[in-house]
Design a protein around this ligand. Structure first.
Ligand code: UDP
Length: 141
């Protein structure tokens, strides 16, 4: 099934000039970039994006971090894109991430873990419109 998923390159990835490297890894695995933008989230926007985590102990730190510098948001499209992207990213904590995954390669720690990817079709359906309007999604076919 062809799916779309929302990816963010987080502030630690942008800060360390990893935008190109991260996108290359996804492209090499066959995913297509169908939308792309660099933005800086306000604290309120970061809180809204991560609202599902509002009761978690890391919510305050996470939303401070995600609004601390620019990020790159992308929509990737491909066969089983949601699950594929999660596999390519690796586990949340880089100490637990598999060899060759983006987080194993680049993440600093469990919070500053370089990339985000939607965790389900329901999340993708909410997260893509958070950043992109319909006319910004440039499908290939
Ligand atoms: N996070 C954190 N501490 C934790 C768990 C998560 O700072 O103990 C941050 C981390 O940046 C993670 C994000 O919160 O990517 C969202 O957490 P989630 O459990 O959804 O992980 P993900 O789906 O990003 O792997």
């Amino acid at each position: 099934m062809i799916e779309r998923t929302l990816v963010m390159i987080k502030p630690d990835g942008v800060e360390r000039n990893l935008i190109g490297k991260v996108i290359s890894i996804f492209e090499e695995k066959g995913l297509k970039v169908i939308a792309l933008k660099k933005v800086r989230l306000s604290k309120d926007q970061a809180k809204a994006f991560y609202i599902v985590h509002k009761e978690r102990p890391f919510y305050e730190d996470l939303t401070n971090y995600m609004s601390s510098g620019p990020i790159v948001a992308l929509v990737l499209e491909g066969e089983n894109a949601i699950k594929r992207v999660r596999e390519i990213m690796g586990a949340t904590d880089p100490k637990e991430a598999a060899e060759g995954t983006i987080r194993k390669l680049f993440a600093i720690d469990k919070e500053k873990n370089t990339v985000h990817g939607s965790d389900s079709p329901e999340s993708a359906a909410k997260e893509i419109p958070f950043f992109f309007s319909e006319y910004e999604l440039i499908a290939l076919s």
